[in-house]
Design a protein around this ligand. Structure first.
Ligand code: 7TS
Length: 415
C-alpha cells in the first residue's frame, strides 16, 4: 500500500478551501484531480517543444512527435494492448464510442441484427447504439440488472443470438459502482460471432485492466477520470477489426495518397486521427499513466476497496439513507449513490458544498437506470479516488447528519 498523506501532497488542488473549510473532493466519477506531474508535463510541452506532430523535420516537431507517440505506447502498456497501433487518441469515452458506432456500427449492423447493452449504461454507451439500431433497422436488447445490483446474466444465451453483431457493456457502473463480468460476457458474445465494446470509463482509472485477458474488440476510456487532462480519451481497437474499419473523420494526416479524385488511408491508428490531434493533453495523459503505474493499480484498487468498505459501514449508521449498489466489495468500485426520501439530492449537494464536500446529484447520465430501475428521480453520489481518506468519509457522514437535522426540522415544522 501507499501513504495517502504523501500522495495528497502531489495534488495542489487538495490544499484549497471552499467556503472557508478544506475541500473534500468526492466527485471523482465525474472527473479526477490532477497531480503536479501532469500539470507540469502539459506546461513543459507548451513552454519547451510545442509543435505539430508527424509533419515537420525540425527539432521541435521531432520532439513533439516522439513524446506524443511515447504517450500512445504508455497507454498500450497500461492496458496490455498488443501494441501502440491498437490505441487511437480521441477526446473522451463518448467520442470513442461514437467513432465505433458511426464507422463499424453503421457499416456492419444490418436490418434484423441485434445490439446488446446493459441496463446500467451511461448515456454515452446507450444513445449511440439507439441511433445505429434505428438507422440500420436493428433491435437493441438489454442485459438486466439483478436485485443485488449486479448484472443478471441468467438469460444471456437467449439474448446472444447469431443475429447479435455487438455487445456494448460497461465494466463499472458510474451510478452503482458495479463491476460487471466483462470477460465472461465477451466469451459468450464471441461464441455467437458478436464483437464486444467495453466502456471502461470507470474501470481503467481504478483497477488493473488487461484488454488481452478480457479479449474485447473495442475499449473506451477518458483521460480526465484517471488523473489526466480533459480533452483526451482512448479507443482501443483489436487489429483485425481496425484494419477492416473505415475512417471516422476524413482530412489531413489520416491519408496516404490523395489525388483530386480519390484518397487512400494512412496506417492504423493514424487512419482514425484526422487533423492536428490533442498533442499536449496526450503527453500529459502519459504522465498520468506514469503516476498510476508508479503507485500500482492493485494498490489503487486495494485502497478504494478499504475506503468503500469504511464508507458503507458509516452509511449503515444513517437509517434515513438508502444506498444503491452491490454489498459484495469484490464486484464494486468506490461509488456510493444514495437517496433520502423527502430531501432532494440537489439540496443534499448544496448543504454538503457549504461544508466543503463535493458530490454529484442527479441522474448521472444514466437516466433509465436511475428512474426506471432504482425508481428514484435522482440520487446523490459520493465517488472516491486514490487520494481520498477515511477522515473525508467522516466529514461526508457528519455533513449528512447535518442535512438530516436541517431538513428533518424543516419537515417537522411543516407538519
Ligand atoms: N461511461 C461511463 C461509465 C461514465 O461514467 C462516463 C462519464 C462516460 C462514459 C462518459 O465519459 P466522457 O469523458 O466522455 O464524458 N461519467 C460521468 C459521471 O458519472 N459524472 O460525470 C461524468
Amino acid at each position: 500500500m501507499y501513504d495517502v498523506a504523501e500522495i495528497r501532497k502531489d495534488f495542489p488542488i487538495l490544499e484549497r478551501q471552499v467556503h472557508g473549510v478544506p475541500l473534500v473532493y468526492l466527485d471523482n466519477a465525474a472527473t479526477s484531480q490532477k497531480p503536479r506531474a501532469v500539470i507540469q508535463a502539459l506546461s513543459d510541452y507548451y513552454e519547451r517543444y510545442n509543435a505539430n506532430v508527424h509533419r515537420g523535420a525540425h527539432t521541435l516537431a521531432i520532439e513533439a512527435t516522439d513524446a506524443y507517440e511515447e504517450a500512445r505506447a504508455k497507454v498500450a502498456r497500461f492496458i496490455n494492448a498488443p501494441g501502440p497501433e491498437n490505441i487511437v487518441f480521441v477526446r473522451n469515452t463518448t467520442e470513442a464510442i461514437n467513432l465505433v458506432a458511426y464507422t463499424w456500427g453503421v457499416a456492419n449492423v444490418k436490418a434484423g441484427d441485434r445490439i446488446v447493452v446493459t441496463e446500467m449504461e451511461h448515456h454515452s454507451n446507450l444513445v449511440p447504439w439507439q441511433h445505429v439500431a434505428r438507422v440500420n433497422g436493428a433491435e437493441l436488447k438489454l442485459i438486466a440488472m439483478a436485485k443485488d445490483y449486479t448484472l443478471d446474466t441468467s438469460d444471456l444465451d437467449e439474448l446472444l443470438t447469431p443475429a447479435t453483431r455487438l455487445v456494448a457493456i460497461t465494466q463499472m457502473s458510474n451510478v452503482l459502482g458495479t463491476i460487471t463480468p466483462v470477460a465472461d460476457i465477451t466469451a459468450a458474445a464471441h461464441r455467437v460471432g458478436a464483437l464486444v465494446l467495453i466502456d471502461a470509463a470507470q474501470s481503467v482509472p481504478h483497477m488493473p485492466v488487461d484488454v488481452q485477458a478480457l479479449d474485447c474488440d473495442f475499449m473506451a476510456f477518458s483521460g480526465h477520470k484517471m488523473l489526466g487532462p480533459t480533452g483526451i480519451g482512448v479507443l482501443y481497437i483489436r487489429s483485425e477489426v481496425s484494419e477492416q474499419m473505415d475512417p471516422f473523420l476524413r482530412g489531413g494526416e489520416m491519408v496516404l495518397e490523395v489525388t483530386y479524385e480519390d484518397a487512400s488511408w494512412n496506417e492504423v491508428p493514424l487512419k482514425f486521427e484526422a487533423g492536428t490531434p490533442n498533442i499536449g493533453d496526450a503527453i500529459a495523459l502519459g504522465a498520468a499513466i506514469d503516476y498510476l503505474t508508479a503507485l500500482g493499480m492493485d494498490n489503487v484498487r486495494e485502497h478504494e476497496v478499504a475506503l468503500t468498505r469504511y464508507a458503507m459501514e458509516r452509511f449503515a449508521e444513517l437509517e434515513e439513507v438508502t444506498t444503491f449498489g452491490p454489498s459484495d466489495l469484490s464486484v464494486r468500485g468506490g461509488v456510493v449513490s444514495f437517496y433520502m426520501s423527502e430531501i432532494h439530492p440537489h439540496d443534499i449537494g448544496q448543504v454538503l458544498d457549504q461544508l466543503g464536500v463535493a458530490i454529484r446529484a442527479g441522474h448521472h447520465c444514466a437516466m433509465p437506470l436511475v428512474r426506471s430501475r432504482l425508481m428514484v428521480p435522482a440520487t446523490a453520489r459520493a465517488s472516491f479516488y486514490l487520494y481520498n481518506t477515511e477522515a473525508e468519509v467522516d466529514v461526508l457522514i457528519d455533513g449528512l447528519n447535518q442535512v438530516l437535522r436541517y431538513f428533518g426540522d424543516a419537515a417537522s415544522k411543516r407538519a
